[in-house]
Write a protein that binds this ligand. Sequence first.
Ligand code: GLA
Length: 727
Amino acid sequence: MAISVEKGVFNLETSNTLYQMKVDGFGVLNHLWYGAKTDCVMDYLLDYPGVGFSGSPYEADNQRTYSLDTLPLEYAAEGEGGFRVPALSAENVGGSRALALRFREYRIQKGKYRIEGLPSVYTGEDEAETLEIVLQDSVSQIEVLLRYGVLPQKDIITRSVTVKNGGDRRIMLRRVHSLCLDIPYGEWEWVHFHGRHTMERQAERLPVMHGVQQSGSGRGLSSHQQNPSVLLCEKGCTEDSGFCIGAALMYSGGFQTQIERDQLDQVRLVMGIDPGTFCWALEPGESFHAPEVILSCSDRGMGELSRRFHRVIRENVCRGKFQFSGRPVLINNWEATYFDFNEEKIAKIAKQAAELGIDMMVLDDGWFGKRDSDISGLGDWVVNESKIRGGLGQLIERLNGMGMKFGLWFEPESVSEDSDLFRNHPEWVIRVPGRDPVRSRYQLVLDLSNPEVVEHLYRTVGGILRRYHIEYVKWDMNRAICDWHSSALPPDRQMEMPHRYVLGLYSLLERLTGEFPDVLFEGCCGGGGRFDAGMLHYCPQIWCSDNTDAHDRTLIQYGTSFFYPISAVGSHVSAVPNHQTGRTASLKARGTVAMAGSFGYELDLNRLIGEEKAEVAQQVKEYKGYQKLIHGGRYYRLTNPFEGNMAAWAFISPDGREALVQGIVYRAASNVLRGRLRLAGLEREARYRVGGKVYTGQALMTGGLLLPWTWGDDMGFTFFLERIDCQ
Ligand code: GLA
C-alpha cells in the first residue's frame, strides 16, 4: 500500500520517499515530513516554541505555544493567526477572509484522480493510489478537498486542491494555491528559471533569505520570464548528491511560486495560479478546481530529481501516438524565408530536404489571409493563393509525392486588427471597453474565455485538419495578455477571465488533439514562452526558443532539462551567422546541440555549400540512429554551462548498454592541455568501448574522457559508448 493511515497519521510512500501528515488534537492538519523514508512517525520533530506576537486559535485556550504562525501546516489558510504566505484566501461571511480549516474526513482510492477541465498526471489503475482529505471551515462551510496522487514506482506525488462552497452565500476566492509545503529544518537554496524572449529558462540558484522570495507570471502565459517549476535544495546539494525537492505546476497561464523563510528559519513553499490576475466567485454548491502540482524529492542530487520528472512527464503527462514513437525530422521554412515565399520556394526547400533524409516540411507563418508581414492577417485561416498558388491541397500532394510529410503553423489565439475576423467580430478580442487595446507584435488576443470563440476556433482549425493531409501542427502564441476584459462575462465575473481563458484553451486543445490523434502538435509561444507541464499534456513537444544559436541554446536547454524531458524540446539547426546573435558556430556544433531534443532544420538547405549537404545528410542519419537513446534514455547533466568553458550532457539507455555523450567547448585555446570530461551514470565495474578503446566505468567517471583539441569556438563533440562485458 502506497497510502496508509494510522492514528491520524497519513503516510504516502514511494520507493524512496515518504510524505507524512497528521491531524492534531485541534483537528489541524500538520505537515510532518517530505523526504527519504524513515520508518518512523516524524511528529517528534514538531516543536511548540513560545514565540511572542504569534497568536493561538481560540480553542487552544491558554496553550500559548500552540500557534498556526509557527506550526508546519499542510494547507495554510489566511486569517487564523498565521502570518506566513497563505495557500488559500477567500472572502466569506461578512466579507472577512478568516478561515479555520479543520479535518473532517478522508478517503483512499485505487488509481489516480483526474481534474475536471484541467490537464493532470494520468496512470493505470495499478500504478497509483489517491488520498483525499477534506478540511472544513465551520463558519463559512467552505470545504477544501486536498488530493494526493501517489506513484510509488516513480517516486512522484501529485497534489491538487478543490474548494467547495458548502454555505448559502457567494464566496470570493482570491488565492487557491495548489501546493503548500512547510519545511521546518535545514539550510535551503532555491533554483528558478528566469529569462526573456530568445533566452528562456536561465537557471539561477539563490539562498533562501528571510522574508518572501517569489517567481511568477501575470502575463496570461506561463511566460518566457519565469517558469512554473522550482527546486529547493539543501545547501551543498549537487547533481549527484544531497537532498532536493522539485515542484512543477501543470498550468499554462499566470502562476506564482513563493518561498518564505520565517522568523524561526522555517521554509514554506506555495505554488499555484497567479493571485494578481485571479479571482473567482463561488456560488453555494459550486466547486473550484486548482491545477495540479507534480512533486518529487531526491537525496541523490538534482540529476536524479530531473530524471524522475522526465519520466513522469514523458510517461504520465504527454499523450498520444507520438508520446513514445520516433518524431519526424523537420525542415521549417521560418528562418529560411520568413514571410517571403511562394509554393515554388517551399517545394524547392522540401525537395532538397527529402534528398537529405528529412521527413517533414513545416510551412510556418504567412501562408494564410493577408499575411506578408506580422501586422495583418491573423485570424483569417484561409490559404493565401497569391503565395501558395493552387492552394494547400496541391502543395501537400506535391510534397507528399517527394516522400515528405506536411506540417502547418497556426496561431489560433491571436488576431490582427487588419483581418476579416476582427472586422466581423470585434467583440471577440480581449480589450477594455472605452480604452484602446494594448498591441504587442501589432496583434490582439482572442477571448478564449468565451465558448463561442473556442467553438469558432475548433471549427476553423479542425476544418483545415479535416480537409488536408496535415500531419503536424505548430501551435503558436506570440504575445502576453493584458487588458483583461470579456464581452461575454458580467462585470462581477471579469476577474475570472484569465483562468477561464486557460480553461478555454485546454478544452480546445483537448477536442482537437482528440479528434486528430495522428497529428503531431508542437507547442510554441514566441519560442518557449509557454513551456510547461500543462501544454505538454496536449503537445508532446514544444519549440524551446526562438534563439537557435548553438551557444545560447546550451544554456536554454540546460535550464529546460531540470524538469522537462528531452523529447519535449523542439530544437533546430539554423543558418550562420545566427539570426538572433550573429554568432557563427560550425555545422557540427549546431547539429550536436539540436540533437539534444526533437530535431529539425530551419534554414534554406539550397544555400548549403560544399560538403555541408553531405554533413546534413549524415546528421539526419545519426539522429535517427540515436533518437531512441536520446528520448528514452536517462539524461545526465555533466557540466553547469554557466560556470565553465563547456556544456556537456549524456544519455544512457534504460538497460545501461549504450550511452551518448555530447557537448560544446565554448572557447578555443592554444597551447593548453586537452579538456577532460567526467561522465556520470555508468556502472563502475563495467567496461565501455569508446571510439575503439576500452575503459572502465570507474575510470570514465573519475578520470573522465579526453576531449578533442579545440579548433574554433563552440566546438561540438560526440562520443558513443557501448558496454562490452555483458553482451
Ligand atoms: C514565433 C515562433 C517562430 C515563428 C514565428 C512566426 O516567433 O516562435 O518559430 O513561427 O512566430 O511568426
